[in-house]
Design a protein around this ligand. Structure first.
Ligand SMILES: Cc1cc2nc3c(=O)[nH]c(=O)nc-3n(C[C@H](O)[C@H](O)[C@H](O)COP(=O)(O)OP(=O)(O)OC[C@H]3O[C@@H](n4cnc5c(N)ncnc54)[C@H](O)[C@@H]3O)c2cc1C
Length: 429
């Protein structure tokens, strides 16, 4: 079989794979993206931060075209919290849009099931269609499927069952999340009479077929949500959604991105944001290896990616735990008992003040060791405020004449912003 020599092969064309492929192609690499194209119709919610990022990529308007902006309510702890909004999007539409974007940026799209071949010492990617690629770098963007042949660290076995119900087409679009004794339910109404309901439940509990479990969960959530919908769901799908952290050491030439690097609890609602930001981290890693091929760069990439994945996983898992803890009515039920102390009891913010630390971060597209500010709110570190180096600003803030020093360096307006930012962090500690 003939093998194509290419720069980068990306297996998986979800948000992480498509955005990484597009960025690498923009950086001048010859990129192939392989996806098995198994569309799974379901709704997901996108946050403002992700839309802002799509705006910076020139994709915001296209994403808004296929999404519905809705108010989001959480009926949590017996009270209604209606503080934010989200964009509801049908995922196959979003994936198609991002893949098309990747192709428009020069990525070669290849349909089929991709495998990392272990029959050779060279990096070799085989595709079910019979093709074979010999890339210099590759990305594993297979989503949660990447963990099937491994033994990762897993959180409590959790399943998300989703399906479509019918609602009054005149109903205004909305989204809400509602806890129930067996888990929690997310209801997404894009305003066209279709209602996507997703129940997150204990996977170990064997309480009937997915359809029955979904209807039962919706019944439990219906009184607080004041819902009256048809009882027969269509398009029901059940997905594993336990938090997952791989234990395998990272090979700098086969970098995991998105859910292939770590699986988040969907309660966070930030999975796609983490997928695309992880994709950018992988792009910086490949540029680092390309610009300065050496064992030192490989170590830098390995350390950076492992730390980033670990920190994101633990932080998101602890944030999820703290959100679950705000619901106290169901703490005696098995679903809640298993999750109220997962992953541990360590606080999300385990530092009390601002510290200067050396870490590895993307800087002008490549990874560099640099000093950052670690704060109670930014445990992964802040290197820059726009063009202002964060550590230099903090040192001036700690000087004998902070106001004067900051004003003379960056002007009154910036000085005011910086002082407010530092004071907020110090009082948060
Ligand atoms: C129940 C549930 C609800 C969620 N809700 C939200 C939400 O509301 N908001 C949010 O931001 N996030 C949500 N998430 C998380 C979000 O879905 C993921 O974080 C995101 O899809 C990860 O993107 P990805 O590109 O890494 O993986 P995926 O989106 O899973 O994409 C992987 C792609 O690779 C393909 N593939 C897999 N194996 C192969 C192979 N061997 N060869 C070729 N192709 C392959 C797959 O078919 C797929 O197209 C939810 C997750 C779950 C489980």
């Amino acid at each position: 079989m003939a093998s194509d020599i290419i720069d980068v092969a990306v297996i998986g064309g979800g948000p992480a794979g498509a955005m990484a492929a597009a960025k690498l192609s923009q950086a001048g690499f010859d990129v192939v993206m392989i996806d098995d194209n198994k569309p799974l119709i379901r709704m997901e919610g996108l946050g403002e931060r992700l839309l802002h990022w799509f705006d910076t990529q020139g994709l915001g308007a296209s994403v808004r075209d296929i999404a519905t902006y809705v108010p989001r309510t959480a009926y949590w702890g017996g009270i209604n919290i209606s503080s934010n909004h989200e964009y509801l999007v049908e995922r196959t539409k979003l994936d198609a849009l991002l893949r098309q974007y990747a192709v428009s940026q020069g990525v070669k799209y290849h349909e089929g099931q991709g495998y990392f071949s272990d029959s050779s010492t060279d990096l070799e990617i085989r595709v079910s269609s019979g093709h074979c690629f010999l890339p210099r770098y590759s990305l594993d963007a297979r989503g949660r499927k990447a963990h099937l042949q491994q033994s990762p660290t897993r959180g409590p076995a959790t399943i998300a069952i989703g399906g479509w119900f019918q609602e009054d087409p005149a109903c205004a679009p909305y989204a809400c999340v509602c806890p129930i004794p067996e888990g929690w339910v997310w209801v997404a109404a894009p305003g066209n009479g279709a209602l996507w309901v997703q129940a997150t439940l204990d996977a170990a509990a064997s309480e009937g077929r997915p359809e029955q479990r979904l209807v039962k969960a919706l019944e439990a959530a219906s009184p607080p949500l004041k819902l009256s919908v048809s009882p027969n769901p269509t398009g029901v799908i059940a997905r594993d959604c336990a938090p997952i952290l791989p234990t395998k050491e990272i090979n700098p030439f086969i970098l995991p991105v998105g859910d292939a690097s770590a699986g988040m609890d969907p309660l966070s609602g930030h999975g796609i944001f983490w997928a695309v930001s992880g994709a950018l981290a992988a792009v910086s890693s490949i540029l680092t290896l390309e610009n300065a091929p050496s064992a030192k760069s490989e170590d830098l990439v390995k350390t950076f990616m492992e730390k980033r994945i670990r920190e994101t996983y633990w932080r998101q898992a602890r944030l999820g735990r703290d959100f679950l803890r705000q619901e106290t009515r169901f703490s005696d039920f098995p679903f809640w008992q298993k999750r109220l102390h997962f992953p541990d009891n360590v606080p999300v913010h385990d530092r009390q003040k601002i510290e200067i630390q050396t870490t590895i971060l993307p800087n002008n597209g490549v990874l560099k060791e640099c000093e950052v500010l670690i704060t109670p709110k930014e445990p992964s570190g802040v290197a820059w405020f726009g063009d202002i180096p964060a550590v230099e600003a903090y040192r001036l803030y700690c000087s004998k004449t902070p106001q004067q020093s900051l004003v003379s360096r960056w002007g009154q307006k910036n000085a005011d912003h910086l002082i407010k930012w530092f004071e907020e962090r110090i009082s948060a500690g």
